[in-house]
Ligand binder design. Structure first.
Ligand code: KG4
Ligand code: ZN
Length: 333
């Protein structure tokens, strides 16, 4: 019955989770609101807030799980990819905890953990499956052959899907992070009101920079004619943008599933919280007789439960790391 403490601090969420024998008993997430005023994450501020939140988050995770710190068998932490200063806080905490308790350390790749969030709970996909991992920094179609054997078969050539959401919301004058707000307004709008271009990129790769420019010019030209254009049409603009981003993602995913002959299709990362994308994937899978796997909302955006479950599988394999481990801003799958 291994007890794993999971730590996540790669961006602007400080999170701690306790996993006992593969079951998540707590998942405490401290969100940082300080960045709203800046329209994006300020790395230096993020690491300072992690520093403040990390100990209370871990204490709370242990309390909720009703687990004493003496019962923890191993500490799993996000090694990368992410903001270096933010990662340093989680990595240093994990090292100190492991040293104090004389227990092993387990380093986790944040992008693998997003995929492995599908192994929380009973409804698990079967290997090999495809996972569309869409976050603020990444857009990947991953062929998942085993827990830690993953191959990126398509990725963005420029902006990530979450970045496209956040930059669009910035153009619309909405606060950061814009993805959840685009989702909220899109529910009230007409997704077919405005047509935005779908980039023609060969293979399974993506591009979102052309879409961003198209949205920028579209807003600029319409505001020149009517200064209240955005306020008057916000719901329809958000619905149309969301639909285009979702179709760009799902068309490639569908193409990959057909080419690789895979029938278990999963969604992961912060943008998988998006309602239009979730509904779109469900419809695509129903049409093709595929099984869709969509994580609970709390396991879509950054969280330590996915780190703890990934840590559990590494613990079973006996894969540990040393006290001299360093965080990595970039870390391939
Ligand atoms: O995975 P994540 O929490 O952090 C990174 O590792 O980047 O993803 C954050 C991204 C942000 O771009 C945010 O706007 C987007 O996920 N996001 C959403 C929604 N919730 C979060 N985008 C669209 N609709 C949502 N409901
Ligand atoms: Zn993430």
């Amino acid at each position: 019955m291994p007890v794993i403490l999971g730590i996540e601090s790669s961006c602007d969420e400080t999170s701690a989770s306790v996993c006992v024998d593969g079951v998540i008993l707590s998942n405490i997430i401290a969100n940082q609101t300080i960045h709203e005023a800046y329209g994006g994450v300020v790395p230096e501020l993020a690491s300072r807030v992690h520093q403040q939140n990390i100990v209370p988050a871990v204490q709370q995770a242990l309390l909720v799980a009703k687990v004493s710190k003496n019962d923890v068998d191993a500490v799993a932490f996000t090694r990368g990819p992410g903001l270096l200063g933010s990662l340093l806080v989680g990595v240093s905490f994990a090292k100190a905890f492991a040293l104090a308790k004389n227990i092993p350390l387990i380093d986790i790749n944040h992008m693998q953990a997003h995929v492995l969030a599908h192994f929380i709970g009973d409804n698990k996909p079967q290997f090999p499956f495809l996972c569309l991992t869409v976050s603020g920094g990444h857009t990947q179609i991953v062929l998942v052959k085993d827990y830690f054997d993953m191959e990126v078969i398509g990725q963005t050539l420029d902006d990530a899907a979450g970045e496209a959401m956040d930059k669009t919301s910035k153009i619309l004058g909405l606060p950061y992070p814009g993805g959840p707000l685009i989702d909220k307004y899109a529910r009230l709008g007409d997704p077919d009101k405005y047509q935005f271009p779908e980039p023609q990129i060969p293979g399974f790769d993506f591009s979102f920079s052309g879409l961003k420019t198209a949205i920028l010019y579209f807003i600029r030209d319409n505001v020149a004619l009517n200064p209240d254009f955005v306020q008057q049409n916000l719901n329809d603009i958000c619905a149309s943008v969301e639909k285009r981003i979702a179709t760009i993602l799902l068309n490639k995913l569908s193409k990959a599933a057909k080419e690789y002959g895979i029938k278990d299709i999963a969604l992961a990362g912060g943008v998988s919280a998006n309602t239009g994308l979730r509904l779109g994937l469900q419809a695509l899978c129903e049409k093709n007789n595929w099984r869709s796997f969509i994580p609970k909302l709390e396991y879509c955006t950054d969280n330590a439960a996915m780190i703890a479950i990934a840590g559990y599988y590494k613990y079973l394999n006996g894969e540990f790391t040393n006290q001299d481990v360093a965080p990595l801003a970039r870390m391939p799958l």
